[in-house]
Design a protein around this ligand. Structure first.
Ligand SMILES: [Zn+2]
Length: 265
């Protein structure tokens, strides 16, 4: 429990640090532009600066803090009712098509969400903060009520295996005595080459690496075959495994025997 609290506090710190870095970058870019090329120069007022900075950090941190759990529940629910064939078809689209679709979906959502915020009396109470500033400068974009930001946050999600593995890798102290079991469909949303490089590095340091592939609700293996093959080529077997086979696989991995990998896995 305590370690969870510490982990969340750490994540919050990292997020705050990243927001600060972005603030510095944006300031370096926009402050000189505004200072030298402003159509209507305004003096920097301490009060509005304080308000803007508060909004900047509050809105940068609040959505993740408040949305993490409900967003995960919604994502899991949507995944449950989405037909597997549809998920597979989308997963097989080329990257450019995924990016284009992602932009279309998120922009449509943002547009109608914004329109709704103007039409709906309840949402407008929060959204009007965003339209309250009387003079415009580069920081004004941060003016928004956290409820408005949360409503406007687009649901996203995905699998970042590389990042998950990076975390695992950081916890390994005795590689020769470590077995890493990755349970995944291997549809990587992170950096594919980094993920493979990481597995190769773990293998090279003596870690045993096993991937248990996801089964669809019908019990059929459902996974990214190209990535499974790439892992197998690294000597990291990837195969679908029913729960009753799992103890045998783990026993073999711990005793460094050949893993009972089913054929054609
Ligand atoms: Zn608006």
């Amino acid at each position: 429990m305590l370690s969870h609290v510490v982990q969340h506090a750490l994540a919050l710190l990292v997020q705050t640090a990243s927001l600060t870095v972005w603030l510095v970058i944006l300031t370096v870019v926009f402050l000189p532009l505004e200072r030298f090329f402003a159509l209507r120069p305004t003096r920097l007022r301490a009060r509005s600066l304080t308000i803007d900075l508060t909004y900047y950090f509050l809105n940068g941190l609040a959505p993740a803090l408040i949305l993490a759990i409900p967003a995960s529940i919604i994502a899991a629910g949507v995944q449950k009712i989405t037909p597997q064939a549809y998920t597979d078809a989308v997963a097989e689209l080329p990257l450019w098509a995924k990016v284009a679709l992602g932009i279309v979906v998120s922009e449509l959502g943002a547009y109608w969400g914004h329109r709704f915020s103007h039409k709906n009396a309840f949402l407008w109470r929060f959204h009007k903060v965003h339209h309250s500033p009387e003079s415009l400068d580069w920081m004004v974009n941060t003016r928004a009520h956290p409820v408005d930001v949360i409503f406007g946050t687009r649901l996203g999600g995905g699998t970042d295996i590389n990042r998950a593995l990076a975390y695992c890798q950081s916890r390994i102290t005795r590689p020769a005595e470590t077995v890493v079991v990755l349970i995944s469909d291997l549809y990587e949303g992170g950096i594919r080459d980094e993920m493979l490089k990481r597995v190769a590095a773990m293998k090279a340091s003596g870690v045993q690496f096993v991937t248990l592939l996801a089964l669809s609700d019908e019990g059929a293996p459902a996974y990214d075959r190209e990535h499974a093959a790439a892992l197998a080529a690294l000597g990291a077997p990837a195969f679908a495994c029913t729960p009753d086979l799992f103890p045998e696989v783990m026993a073999a991995a711990l005793e460094k025997r050949a893993l009972p990998v089913p054929d054609g896995g």
